[in-house]
Design a binder for this molecule. Sequence first.
Ligand SMILES: *Cc1c(COP(=O)(O)O)cnc(C)c1O
Length: 477
Amino acid sequence: MKLIFERSVSGRHTDFLPSSDVPVSDLQFAERERPLRLPELPEVEVDRHYTELSHETRGVNGGFYPLGSCTMKYNPAVLEKTAALPGFTGVHPLQADESVQGCLEVMRLTEQMLAEITGMDAMTLQPAAGAHGEFTGLLLIKAWHRSRGDTARNKILVPDSAHGTNPASAAMAGFEVVNIPSDPNGYVDLAELRQHVGADTAGLMLTNPNTVGLFDPNISEITRIVHEAGGLNYYDGANLNAIMGIVRPGDMGFDVVHLNLHKTFATPHGGGGPGSGPVGCKAFLRDFLPGFRAEEKDGSLHRTQAQARVGDVRSFGGNFGVVVKALTYLLSIGREGVPQTAANAVLNANYLMHRLKDVYPMAFDVTCMHEFVITLEKMKEETGVSALDIAKGLIDYGMHPPTMYFPLIVHEALMVEPTETETKETLDAAADAFRKVLEEARANPEEAHHRPLNTRIRRPDEVKAARKPVIRYDFGD
Ligand SMILES: *Cc1c(COP(=O)(O)O)cnc(C)c1O
């Protein structure tokens, strides 16, 4: 497609502002060296340009999007509607409490609901993303050990089936990361865990369900081992979609948890935000929470700050619009809808897995949670066709590919997460496409290396696209 500068015709003079009727002041020192080079197009061409651009993007609204570990949820339009209400968009965080009672009520209600869902006693809505929540939660753990004079605890245990952000956040928070291997079933190896806990253990960070889509059956034993060693337990709840309303991290022995409102709670994501990664904690950590909480006093809500708070991790109350969307979502699905959503997510993943597993080898052939992992290691050895080739082939069938080459503990991995709102017909069509792409790849491995065949851009250089993105138009001078 043509860029907007390429559609422009120089000298078209599409500006329609009247000429200035105030005297021109002498601000030569601030003048541009040459006039701003804006594209010159009539309004209809501008409209067509952006409409064409929007057709080039891929979203849940456009089709099946089974991106594992990302919970690409359907984002109902009503969420945008409530988040755009003037009472929410036209306020300023520095306004007096009396003038923003509705906003404070939204925050308080959301905190209460999320605390109930996770089994925690208090929440902060301040972190702006999942990894940001992890960092915040680790600061709470650090502050708690310090408050007790226990400064020797500088290690965070992270199972190798954790999300990649976990070890990164632990390092950012100043901890040393200790890797705990998985056993052959994909669960935390208890013997290894017992061997690594000790007087230097600040805590454990666990992603559950883990990145291979499994719920660790030893969860209570894991948290008990860490508590007995004097550490705290951190729950990465970014992927709560599979368990919300059914089991609670707080009841499994976890002290801190973060959620991704931009996954489980239906805010759109991808492309850089805005997101929200609220952090919940047990009562004994409440005093360290950053930001403010809205508390009721004399019949109205007031912002109060915790005494020993770890310091703000973001400005004011966090990404408030995302919070409005999460609350809208929770109120629209209701108390019964929360566990139903989780049950459907698990059902959809298992259904699709069962429709594929006679031809696609599963990394772990057991009942999964919200996602499952295929391994194409053998196929690659036999035919040269890789997980990447299959993922690219799926694009020809109008599908966004699943997550590839993650988790790292599975070779030639494809991680598939069909969200709970997908119908049986969509899942069947997806299963047919998966099977067809595999069949075609076996029959013609050479062609598989060149897929997708039907898109304008086929195999971009992904490293170059990330490292050397072209984000400015080159005027050639
Ligand atoms: C997505 C995800 C994260 C990171 O969330 P961001 O908002 O991208 O920082 C952390 N843990 C898990 C399990 C995730 O799926």
